[in-house]
Design a protein around this ligand. Sequence first.
Ligand SMILES: [Zn+2]
Ligand SMILES: [Zn+2]
Length: 388
Amino acid sequence: MAQKRDYYEVLGVEKGADDATLKKAYRQLAKKYHPDMNPGDQEAEAKFKEATEAYGILSDPDKRRQYDQFGHAAFEGGAGGAGGGFGGFDFNGGDMGDIFGDIFGDLFGGGRSRRSSNGPMKGASLRAVIHITFEEAVFGCEKEIELTLKDNCTKCNGTGAKPGTSPETCPKCKGSGQVTFAQQTMFGMMQQVQTCPDCGGTGKIIKEKCPDCHGSGYLANRKKIQVSVPAGIDNGQSIRIREKGEPGKNGGPRGDLLVEVQVARHPIFQRQDMNIFSTAPITYAQAALGGDVRINTVDGDVVYTVKAGTQTDTKIRLKGKGVPSLKNKNVRGDQYVTLVIQTPVKLNEEAKEALRKFDEACGNRPATGAPEKKKKGFMDKVKEAFED
Ligand SMILES: [Zn+2]
Ligand SMILES: [Zn+2]
């Protein structure tokens, strides 16, 4: 995917531009590139979408703040994204209605309501969930999911009307899909717009339904879809698969499929962003004498040389044994390993004897009998205190 341009650059405004400046800039671009003004011009359409997306974000104070702080990452659902979970930007998202109303109210006159119901519209997004292992998340994987996708009915070409007949313009809304009615409110008479109840907003009435799709215009098919899970994906993040959602309306593109990834817990490794955390047992002798220990990593075991005199809970870092960056899989986090000294619980006589000798050799209490010399214990100190 091409690198996304900076939203301010797209609109050609300064970073601190006020709302009026943003709106003016967007209005100019929208007029220039609007698909109605440039029929069939893909580049103009792309520019129009880009500008609309930029304005959609920057005109919303919350989204603008997130964008200023995190850049595009704020809406991508990637690490550090303020939104988290599902990112992305729905071109036909509900909150765009106001902007279009606002901007195009005068530009296209009464055409707005027609556009919203009869113009090309991108289909709705579908959502799915996949479950993967810890290692699959670290290294990426290919998964296949099966889901029911709607396709335009081939018998009626998606019109829903029986072949040989065609849908008729809804008489109630005259094809606009919306009806306007006046309502008395505390502010006076208000014009309200509502989806036409007769045609459900399609602007069309089907008298004779297509036998294959029963008038819906769609057929549901089970489809297998390949999902490329990128290395470094984290639990709860989503993968957007373009144009595998609901079909578009009136020639609009299909919606997207958003696949949420759920990563299973690992018995040894814990993850935080790009770093992996684990603990590794070492023996008392290894800790005291130093030596090589084997440590589990996601790349397999590595040999690590423990320094003589290592204390329990010593933390070591295995550079580059963490999780790859979603943006560049050659950049990897680190693994932090806590070395935990294991106190032996089952000792045979030989081992016990060796330990007693060891203790003796260290100048601690002798292996048998009562201590000859003892540091003053707590009770001794108490006694002294009373004797004084
Ligand atoms: Zn049909
Ligand atoms: Zn109608």
